[in-house]
Ligand binder design. Structure first.
Ligand code: AMP
Ligand code: GLY
Length: 441
């Protein structure tokens, strides 16, 4: 197959690597805009990921059999619609379905209609409503920016003043930006800026990626993401500092429960609304003392969880994504998994998740690969003099595999320790609690 992957991150590098190494190949791979790591497997094209007309034109010119859209911004911008309108199969939901991620208020509305268990929430438009909601739920407080915020729009805090300040900042920035309300909504959003205040969910989190063609649902293996910047789950929320799979502590039957009670009803509700969701429904869960609850939906693969899930998938990826993009998931034989654990550790640039310093030299990649680790590029670019430099907050995602989580951790950290990036930081405790049996649902 001739496949075009859209995006620039380590998730897209993992997708391209899996497509390149699948036993159903070889495939002809292209990426736009891609990154220097992806260039090892795919031809890069300097096309803006969110420009639907340009992506569709490139796919047409290449004669692509399949376009795979990685990140949320192009999906919310309608890039998958543009590709499908050009008559080319596309893995990823159209703009109206991607609003499940683009608007937290819309996602809550769909969950309510589908009977999906999630945190109770108030969608607020004024400071008075925010204060009333904070007091109704009590501490710890959870305040969410309603639109896309790259995983950084959520504040979880026991400090009421901090929660209120974040809510007011969200309301202000949405009205300043002129983006009235939740602009990711299919109806273009309401007339006012909104912020979501919700009930705190206790218990460990799970990310479960559910592939769907708009009707059938095929779950991948669950993973867990480390969202906070610092060891011990301290510091601010980030896009994700590491991940691991499998989850030895997960209750048996979890995946079936999530498909039956959450993913399938959501997919059915989207189809009923005439906006079928095809692609991957990322179900972010909390296993609370009162049962399994949805923390969030995303309309795309998670980053960095994809890096560990695909490291364990034995079935060739191309056929799976093509089946989801063409309404044939029900015909797919059961997925096969390697009996291995995988751990990924994100190497972040100085300052991440705050003001990031760009341009620092990235070294040691060959040495890291020589340890057996996979080094996936996230925020790197080639400078004018040909050197590899940091160009984003999350710079590399180093993946280790092994017979169990402890061995996979050792493999990932051997790779990380060979990498050099001045001022960088990474967590040392990815999968540590799970490897030592200290996570309980
Ligand atoms: P989201 O962008 O909705 O995934 O939120 C980012 C992170 O904030 C989640 O992965 C959780 O760690 C945390 N979070 C979000 N909602 C809640 C909640 N209701 N209760 C506790 N933590 C939450
Ligand atoms: N790792 C969290 C996300 O992809 O949203």
């Amino acid at each position: 197959m001739r496949i075009l992957v859209i995006g620039t991150g380590a998730r897209e590098h993992a997708l391209v690597r899996a497509l390149a190494t699948g036993s159903d190949g070889p495939h002809e791979l292209h990426a736009a805009p891609g990154n220097p790591g992806i260039a090892a497997h795919a031809t890069l094209h300097p096309v803006t990921a969110t420009d639907g007309a340009a992506v569709a034109a490139l796919a047409t010119e290449l004669g692509a059999d399949l376009v795979v859209v990685g990140p949320e911004a192009p999906l919310v911008a309608g890039v998958a619609d543009a590709v499908r309108d050009a008559g080319i199969a596309c893995f990823g939901p159209g703009a109206e379905a991607a609003a499940l991620e683009g608007s937290k208020a819309f996602a809550k509305e769909v969950m309510a209609a589908a009977g999906v268990p999630t945190a109770m929430a108030h969608v607020c438009t004024t400071a008075q409503e925010v204060e009333a909601a904070l007091d109704a739920f009590g501490a710890p407080h959870v305040v969410k920016d309603d639109g896309l915020a790259a995983g950084k729009g959520v504040v979880v805090t026991s400090d009421r003043d901090e929660a209120l300040a974040h809510a007011l900042a969200c309301l202000r920035s949405r009205s300043d930006a002129g983006s009235v309300g939740d602009a990711g909504r299919p109806d273009g959003g309401g007339p006012e800026p909104t912020v979501v205040v919700e009930e705190y969910l206790d218990g460990p989190e799970v990310s479960l990626f559910c592939l769907t063609d708009g009707a059938s649902v095929v779950p991948l293996a669950p993973a867990q993401d480390a969202k906070r910047a610092l060891d011990g789950d301290q510091g601010p929320n980030t896009g994700g500092m590491g991940a691991y799979s499998p989850l030895p502590w997960a209750p048996p039957g979890l995946v079936e429960e999530v498909v039956t009670r959450i993913a399938q009803p959501t997919v059915d509700e989207m189809a009923r609304r005439g906006t079928p969701f095809a692609g991957v429904l990322y179900v972010g869960l909390a296993l609370t003392s009162r049962g399994t609850r949805v923390v969030e939906f995303n309309a795309r693969f998670g980053d960095p969880e994809t890096q560990v899930v695909l490291a364990r998938l034995a079935t060739p990826l191309a056929g799976v994504l093509h089946a989801a993009a063409t309404g044939r998931l029900a015909d797919l034989p059961p997925l096969r998994w390697r009996d291995e654990a995988a751990v990924t550790v994100v190497v972040a640039a100085h300052g991440y998740p705050g003001d990031v310093r760009s341009g620092d030299p990235v070294g040691g990649i060959e040495a890291a690969q020589a340890t057996g680790a996979q080094v996936l590029h996230a925020g790197t670019r080639t400078s004018d003099d040909g050197a590899l430099v940091a160009s984003g907050g999350r710079v590399l995602s180093v993946v280790g595999t092994g017979p169990d989580l402890a061995a996979a951790r050792d493999a990932a950290y051997a790779g990380v320790d060979a990498v050099t990036l001045p001022g960088s930081h990474h967590r040392r405790d990815i999968a540590l609690a799970a490897a030592s049996g200290q996570v309980a649902p």
